[in-house]
Structure formats: structure tokens, C-alpha cells
Design a protein around this ligand. Structure first.
Ligand code: ADP
Length: 247
């Protein structure tokens, strides 16, 4: 098994002549937490969408676990274990927290809605859903309508529904955005816990979070890789400092 779980070569995305991502070569080590950072408009979200195949690259290749996934469909990529976190909008607000995770499990396993009628199958899903809620610290909220969850807990639910897909590599898009500092601490602990035995690619604005979590960091600016390394080395890099100050 190769040390590198995900690699891109010359990854490029052009929108009507505008290069949102240009010639990006990423190399992500298996089992690491890898940060993707950069100022607004740097191309982070576009990169995420390319890696999970929500967008098709204009040029370049994506190799995941030794397999060329450049032309693979998003659902197949997810089945291979490369899974992005669902956005909060994907949480069903009128269903309970438990039902949301159960539904994610049913979808992940391709279950048809006939399964709703089978008590024993439903029980199995419920048991697994409760385990996942325990993993993300949401046990006490299981019966609550998802729409009633405090914001920080919604992000934890989003992680639980992502875990339902049994990811080998998780892509988390700004998991601490808009959170209070207590919630940030909780989600950092949670990411550390769920990253055991997995690879995580994290887009994150909060540099303290990046420093605390990431083994390696790629800095993007204007669609290109500006720097790569551990936190200490990229934060000392004058090009990175200039990009963040907008100079
Ligand atoms: P980041 O996530 O780092 O803030 P994005 O990947 O969202 O950056 O955007 C990178 C650049 O690509 C931005 O200038 C943005 O306006 C542009 N862009 C992103 N998506 C599209 C699109 N669908 N059509 C045109 N331009 C886009």
C-alpha cells in the first residue's frame, strides 16, 4: 500500500477562461490530517469539488488509492471511501437527529424504502446510528428534531452523517465556520477522534485550528500552490504572509 492516498497532477479548472485552480499538484499522505488553506477566492472550494468529482477538471489527473478517478462519477468516488462532509442544508430539519443518521446509513447501503417496514433491519440501523451519535457526542440529542440543534452540534451531526458512509478519506469544508470558541474546541477534539485510522483533508480559515490539527498544509493563492509543509514552515513563509495580508 502506497504512503500517498491522494495525488493530483496538474489539476486545473477553468470557468469561462478564468483559472480558478491551476496546475495543482497535491500529495496527501495516508493517515494524515492535511490542511488546505488560503485567502478567499484561492480555489479551495473548487479543489474540493474537483476531488469529489462534483466538478470535472479542465485538465489534470486525480489518483486516489492508486486508481485514476479523474473520470469517475461522484457516487462511485464516495463508494471508494473518498467522502466529503454533507453541508448543513443536507440535514433534514424535521427529522430527529437519530433519524437523520439512520437515513444516511440507509442511503449509504443503498437500502430501498422497503426497509422502513422491516423492524429488525430498522433496529440494526438504529443501533449503528446510536453508535455514530455516541462517537460525535450527540447521544443526548438523539430524539431532538435536527432543526432544533444548536449550530455547533449541527456540524457534529454533519460529521456523523459523513461517518455513516464509512469514509477512508474525509474531506471537511470549514467545519468550524461561524462557531463559538467552545464549539471550536469540541469540534477539534471530535476531528482528532474521527481521524484515527483515516485520512482527513480539511479546508479551514481558523489558523489556530489548522495549527492544532494538521500534520501538513498546502497553501493556495489565486488557484496555485503557494507553499506546502508543516504549520511552522508555511506560517514563516513570506509569500504566505503576503497572501494573507493581501499585499
Ligand atoms: P475559495 O474556496 O478558496 O474561497 P473558490 O474555489 O470558491 O475559492 O473560488 C476560486 C475562484 O473561482 C473565485 O474567484 C471564484 O469567484 C471563482 N469561481 C468559483 N466557482 C465558479 C463558477 N462556478 N463560475 C465562475 N467562477 C467561479
Amino acid at each position: 500500500m502506497s504512503d500517498t492516498i491522494l495525488e493530483t497532477r496538474g489539476l486545473t479548472k477553468e470557468f469561462l477562461g478564468f483559472l480558478a485552480v491551476q496546475n495543482v499538484n497535491l500529495s496527501i499522505r495516508r493517515g494524515s490530517i492535511h490542511g488546505l488553506i488560503g485567502p478567499n477566492g484561492a480555489g479551495k472550494t473548487t479543489c474540493f469539488n474537483l476531488l469529489t468529482k462534483f466538478l470535472q477538471p479542465t485538465r489534470g489527473t486525480i489518483i486516489y488509492d492508486g486508481r485514476d478517478i479523474t473520470n469517475t462519477k461522484p457516487a462511485e468516488v464516495a463508494r471508494l471511501g473518498l467522502v466529503r462532509s454533507f453541508q448543513i442544508s443536507a440535514v433534514f430539519p424535521h427529522l430527529s437527529v437519530l433519524e437523520n443518521v439512520r437515513l444516511a446509513l440507509q442511503r449509504a447501503r443503498g437500502a430501498s424504502f422497503d426497509f422502513w417496514r422491516s423492524d429488525s433491519t430498522l433496529k440494526q440501523y438504529d443501533a449503528r446510528a446510536r453508535e455514530l451519535l455516541e462517537d460525535v457526542g450527540l447521544t443526548e440529542y438523539a430524539a431532538l428534531q435536527a432543526g432544533q440543534l444548536p449550530y455547533g452540534r449541527k456540524r457534529a451531526l454533519e460529521i456523523a452523517t459523513t461517518l455513516a458512509l464509512e469514509p477512508v478519506m474525509m474531506l471537511l469544508d470549514e467545519p468550524t465556520a461561524g462557531m463559538t470558541s467552545d464549539d471550536v474546541d469540541r469540534i477539534v477534539t471530535l476531528i482528532k477522534r474521527v481521524s484515527v485510522g483515516r485520512t482527513v483533508l480539511l479546508v479551514e480559515h481558523n489558523l489556530k485550528v489548522v495549527e492544532g490539527l494538521c500534520d501538513r498544509i498546502t497553501v493556495l493563492a489565486r488557484g496555485e500552490v503557494l507553499a506546502e509543509g508543516d504549520y511552522a514552515s508555511v506560517s514563516r513563509n513570506p509569500d504566505v504572509q503576503a497572501a494573507y495580508l493581501g499585499t
